[in-house]
Design a protein around this ligand. Structure first.
Ligand code: 6R9
Length: 650
């Protein structure tokens, strides 16, 4: 970005918090003032939500930036904080997890039971020779054992590295090797799209190339036949026969908790390292504050996979540290039918739903009659994470899931930030569709120009974080130089998030996608997000992706890929007409500079396995290049569908 990011979208709708929620909210406006007056004092107060075996001597040691130490000298056990202390407080019978498998089988796991299972797994891992500091790779479907495995590692001070179950043997191999994992925890497979999907063969292939791995623990889920080697142990024969007694030993606040690899689109994946005290403090605080979580009465559901950071912080650590009751679902949203999610909300009386824009846009495509067939009256708060949420998708979510009245918290954060950073507070903030609004209390986020100067209201630029925060990444595993280079070198003394952002006239923050995706059209920097949002604001479009393609006259030209809503006719002339309408609609909404040169109507978009649009591949299509690396694609056939349609639709 050589110039400021153009501010094209003018969204003026605004919604105050519901009065009843505001009157009884966990957090009031005072939190901002408290944190502004004494940021470290504020985080020390939040750290007291946890139970410490030894209190810290210093809240933050920032004497060697960018290497932070939080709660220096403090000691705690993460699993104790997520389990034992709730059981000790008499809450052992509270449901921790309402689990539902894709085929419809269910399990109800109380805090007492989750505690017992975790103690057994901790004992089993110890027996297999895993000690504090050792790395354990976890490659599991969405079964309760995934949470148990993570908590068991935390309990014994081992470092988990969860690898999403959809990754290939190569990706798994790289991640196991990078961390020199000693044990791999996996399953025979899981259920996806109505059938068993095997995992063990992938692990076998990976382990053959990973000499560091001494043992493989295998959960039996699908019951399918698996190959067996001397390193393999069944979970039910090893963990479920171990002692249920295990005393949680306290560890230093900076004891590593996990490594999570960000799926690099081009480069080698980065092993993001998180530690215990600061991470758990911010995960616990944000889950409580942003979801207005009331553990006695709420039923919370985060639809992410445990293989992503959202699953780490907002399925495992944040909710469990708060003693919350939650739903965990194994499968896909359209198996066996497109109402599966709403059926789950209705069955368990879900009160708080946390999902991703990609899912909301998919639901838009399927049509509003599907959520309308279910009783969603238990819901009281909605959340979004993973990508910028287009204003129309936000409105659809509020209207068709939130009865036109529920607050939506659009939470911006990253694997690297560990926990939420920018989000409305549901009892305080007047929300605007498409804006993450403001940094949370205790967080200093800013939007700066090329020179690192704060942009005024109305300006656009780069999102940065000016002060360290408790759940920040501590380094890239084994590569301090790359940590400094990637995040701390672009602007002196600031963390560079890699996202474009703007500040509206009221000073509120709008995320505009990855800086690498920004387009330069006739000298104007235009965000893909804004053009996509303009397209999605047309009643015929459910989802859109926009890229800049090299153009002889304008430098880059805007090429758009749009998925029509379910009932829209796109055959022949109707399709041509829709494309013409859409080009004009964008020009009218954002100005002529943003009018796409070309729009393609497509049935699907290429997405990463965590649901983020892969614009890089669409750029290849738009510029008639052969496709780059497609290994992180969720569905590799999508690109054939899109490429084969290219050529028409100018
Ligand atoms: C939590 C997670 C991080 C990137 C981030 C940004 C995008 C996430 C967002 C959002 C706009 C939001 N992102 N939440 N963009 N609004 N509410 O997704 O972590 O997988 O590491 O991705 O996702 O681009 O930089 P991760």
């Amino acid at each position: 970005m050589s110039e400021a990011l153009a501010n094209l979208l003018n969204e003026t709708r605004q919604f105050p918090p519901p009065a009843a929620l505001a009157a009884n909210a966990n957090v009031t406006a005072g939190a901002y003032e408290e944190a502004a007056a004494d940021r470290l004092g504020f985080w020390a107060t939040q750290a007291h939500r946890l139970t410490w075996a030894k209190e810290w001597d210093q809240v933050l040691d920032w004497s060697n930036p960018p290497f932070a130490k939080w709660f220096v000298g403090g000691q705690l056990n993460v699993a104790y904080n997520c389990l034992d202390r709730h059981v000790e407080a008499g809450l052992g019978d509270r449901v921790a997890i309402h689990w539902e498998g894709e085929p419809g089988d269910t399990r109800t796991i109380t805090y007492a039971e989750l505690h017992r299972l975790t103690c057994q797994a901790a004992n089993a891992l110890t027996d297999l020779g895993v000690a504090a500091g050792d790395r354990v790779a976890i490659y599991l479907p969405m079964v309760p054992e995934a949470a148990v495995a993570m908590l068991a590692c935390a309990r014994i001070g081992a470092v988990h590295s969860v690898v999403f179950g959809g990754f290939s043997a190569d990706s798994l191999t790289n991640r196991i090797q990078d961390a020199s994992a000693k044990v791999v925890i996996t399953a025979d497979g899981g259920f996806r799209r109505g059938k068993p999907s095997a995992l063990k063969p992938t692990v076998d292939e990976a382990v053959a190339n990973c000499p560091s791995v001494e043992h493989v623990l295998v959960v039996r889920r699908t019951g399918e036949e698996v190959a067996w080697s001397a390193k393999d142990h069944w979970w039910h024969e090893t963990v479920e026969t171990a002692s249920t007694e295990h005393a949680a030993q306290p560890f230093d606040a900076e004891q590593p908790l996990f490594i999570l690899y960000t799926s690099g689109t081009t480069a080698r994946p980065k092993g993001i390292l998180h530690t215990t005290g600061g991470y758990l403090t911010q995960a616990a605080y944000t889950a409580w504050a942003v979801f207005d979580l009331k553990p006695e009465t709420d039923v919370y559901w985060c639809t992410a996979d445990i293989g992503w950071v959202t699953g780490h912080s907002y399925i495992v650590y944040g909710p469990l540290a708060n003693g919350a009751t939650q739903v965990m679902y194994e499968g896909t949203p359209d198996t066996p039918h497109k109402g599966r999610f709403w059926e789950i909300v209705q069955r368990y009386g879900v009160t708080i739903l946390y999902t991703a824009p990609t899912l909301i846009r998919t639901m838009m495509k399927w049509g509003e009659d599907i959520p309308a067939q279910h009783d969603l009256s238990s819901l009281r708060l909605l959340g979004s994470v993973g990508e910028p949420i287009n204003p129309e998708a936000w409105m659809w979510y509020r209207q068709h899931v939130g009865r036109g009245e529920l607050p939506i918290v659009d939470t911006w954060w990253q694997t690297e930030t560990g926990a939420m950073m920018i989000s409305p507070l549901p009892g305080v903030t007047e929300t605007k569709p498409g804006s993450a609004m403001a940094p949370l209390p205790g967080i200093s986020a800013d939007v700066v120009d090329d020179q690192g100067q704060s942009v005024p209201n109305g300006g656009g630029g780069y999102l940065v974080l000016r002060e360290p925060w408790p759940s920040m990444l501590r380094t890239i595993w084994g590569d301090d130089d790359r940590f400094i280079e990637t995040y701390w070198s672009r602007f002196e003394g600031m963390y560079f998030a890699g996202d474009g952002a703007k500040r509206d006239d009221d000073g509120h923050i709008w995320l505009l996608g990855r800086v690498d995706d920004v387009m330069l059209v006739s000298g104007h920097n235009i965000s893909t997000t804004e053009v996509e949002s303009a397209l999605v604001s047309h009643p015929s479009v459910a989802e859109a992706a926009v890229v800049g393609a090299t153009d002889p006259t304008t430098g880059q030209a805007i090429v758009a890929f749009a998925i029509p809503r379910g009932t829209v006719d796109t055959a022949g002339e109707a399709g041509e007409q829709l494309i013409a309408d859409l080009r004009n609609h964008v020009a009218r909404t954002l100005g002529p500079i943003a009018k796409p040169r070309q729009i393609m109507l497509v049935p699907e978009l290429p997405k990463t396995r965590s649901g983020k649009i892969m614009r890089r591949l669409l750029r290849d299509v738009a510029e008639n290049r052969s496709l780059g690396d497609v290994t992180t694609l969720q569905d590799s056939s999508v690109m054939e569908l899109i490429s084969s349609g290219m050529g028409g639709g100018k």
